[in-house]
Design a protein around this ligand. Structure first.
Ligand code: PLP
Length: 482
């Protein structure tokens, strides 16, 4: 990527786009933010955007769309079957991801459902570098189990390992031998491993996984939701691809997988999703499930306009100036927080900045959800909405026991081309204040716990009056400032 230096010597990221459509934000007083938290069960998923200032919940469906995407939406060919919009999308998938057959689905988890319905049975085991919440929920829902096979380095917060998302190859082979290849419907590799801090895998690691898949004749499934960002970090960090380009890296990665599925909410800054493959046999195995669960084979539950935006968004995934924006802003914020001693996942990954609640809230036991507590506290003192990625996001085991997460993280998503640098500096400022006042943060307990994917709609309450005390300290330090 072309470097842009400042004469002042400052190392700051520069926006390579201009803003032409804007949305007003609301920064409401802290008293209202406390009420909003109470109304929303101290769960940031349940907040209304009317109460949220910087929405860093996710990059899913929240990346800024380009002028070309919006323009493409106007020429949609509305047809139940045989739409030209689908033909354009199919061509984009072939051009960008290098796969001939496309099965359209309404979003990423729909692809996970279909792959699980088609291939997972009771007793199946799906090895993966790391789980994603919805992938795991669909596999376990069909009676399967998962095995997470990262190297130990992946769990080290303060690391400089370039590829913490790499699959542990030795463990992969061990587990295949132990369970038997027949019980393993597919190996799942997730690009830019979401739940451990948006950490990429290397192309070499994917090649090694492919070799094992070939040896035992097991399908290799690539979750390409964050493929663009993984490819960008390969260009930055993997010697072999130093002088390569996005197209080559993306096609090399997808070329190693039998099936690539993705959430278009992430990959192509649109909505929707897809499953693609070069194998007619795989296509036939999955085809019938699309009309059953999603919609006809030329729209898969998506609006036709979205498919147009998705096609253009896929081509834009090849543009390094677009894909680099979020990772460079993340790198900047990680450095600022790290310089202040605030524990964050390093090296900086993609999707967002991941703050380590296990360290920041070391005084809160995991039974009281340190990451959920930190996410609620940050919203209270700033209006910044992050996402808990810790034990609340974990699911209970088959006996109903809590399973505590390996990491208690608060993810502050930095969707593509959404925030300005002064907004990022506001995050840094409020996070610093909160870190200095971290002893005032207390724990949470569930008062309403849904049986599946509890983190989405679950309700919690504080174990003491810590939110009121934190608010009082905020007012003492900031006076009438919002
Ligand atoms: C890596 C990964 N896989 C799958 C999904 C599920 O996609 P969707 O939210 O479109 O259902 C996500 C969503 O965040 C994701 O990050």
């Amino acid at each position: 990527m072309q470097e842009i230096k400042f004469y002042s010597g400052e190392d700051i990221p520069l926006e390579l786009h201009k803003v032409r459509i804007v949305q007003k934000l609301h920064l409401v007083p802290i008293e209202r933010r406390l009420e909003a938290l109470k109304e929303g069960g101290f769960n940031t998923f349940r907040l209304s955007t009317l109460d949220v200032f910087l929405d860093m919940l996710t990059d899913s469906g929240t990346n800024a769309m380009s002028d070309n995407q919006l323009a493409a939406m106007m020429k949609a060919d509305d047809a139940y079957a045989g739409s030209q919009s689908f033909a354009r999308l199919q061509k984009a998938v072939e051009d960008v991801l290098g796969k001939k057959y496309l099965l359209p689905v309404h979003q990423g988890r729909a692809a996970e459902n279909i792959l699980s319905v088609a291939y997972v049975r009771k007793g199946s085991l799906v090895p993966m570098n790391y789980h994603f919440t919805t992938a795991m929920a669909h596999i376990t829902d069909k009676g399967g189990a998962i095995a997470e096979l990262l190297y130990d380095e992946a769990y080290v917060i303060n690391s400089d390992h370039p590829f913490k998302g790499n699959m542990n190859i030795e463990k992969l082979e061990e587990i295949i031998n132990y369970h038997g290849p027949k019980n393993i419907p597919f190996i799942r590799m997730e690009a830019s491993t979401n739940l451990i801090g948006g950490q990429p895998f290397s192309v070499q690691n994917l090649r090694d996984v492919r070799a094992i898949a070939d040896k035992y004749k097991i399908r290799l499934v690539l979750d390409g939701s964050l493929l663009g960002e993984n490819a960008f970090l390969v260009l930055q960090r993997e010697e072999e691809f130093k002088n390569s380009n996005m197209e080559t890296v993306i096609k090399t990665m997808t070329g190693l997988a039998d099936i690539c599925y993705f959430s278009a909410r992430k990959l192509s800054s649109s909505r929707g999703g897809g499953i693609c493959t070069d194998s007619i046999e795989i296509f036939r195995e999955l085809e019938a499930f699309i009309p059953l669960y999603e919609g006809f084979l030329t729209y898969g539950g998506m609006s036709i306009r979205e498919m147009e935006a998705m096609a253009v968004g896929l081509y834009e995934t090849l543009d390094e100036t677009i894909i680099s924006q979020s990772p460079t802003f993340i790198k900047y914020l990680v450095k600022q927080l790290d310089d202040k001693g605030i524990p964050v996942i390093k090296p900086a990954g993609v999707l967002g900045v991941h703050v380590d609640a296990m360290q920041i809230c070391a005084h809160i036991p995991q039974t009281q959800y340190p990451a959920g507590s930190l996410a609620a506290a940050l919203f209270l003192i700033s209006g910044i909405r992050g996402m808990e990625r810790g034990s609340i996001s974990n699911q209970r085991d088959e006996y109903g026991n809590e399973t505590y997460a390996d990491m208690e993280l608060v993810r502050l998503a930095v969707p593509r081309r959404v925030f300005t640098l002064s907004q990022i500096k506001y995050v840094e400022d409020r996070m610093t204040w909160l870190y200095e006042n971290r002893e005032l943060i207390g724990g949470l307990k569930f008062v309403y716990e849904p049986p599946v994917l509890r983190f989405f709609m679950g309700g919690l309450e504080p174990v003491s009056d810590w939110p009121e005390k934190l608010m009082a300290k905020f007012k003492e330090d900031f006076g009438e400032s919002l």
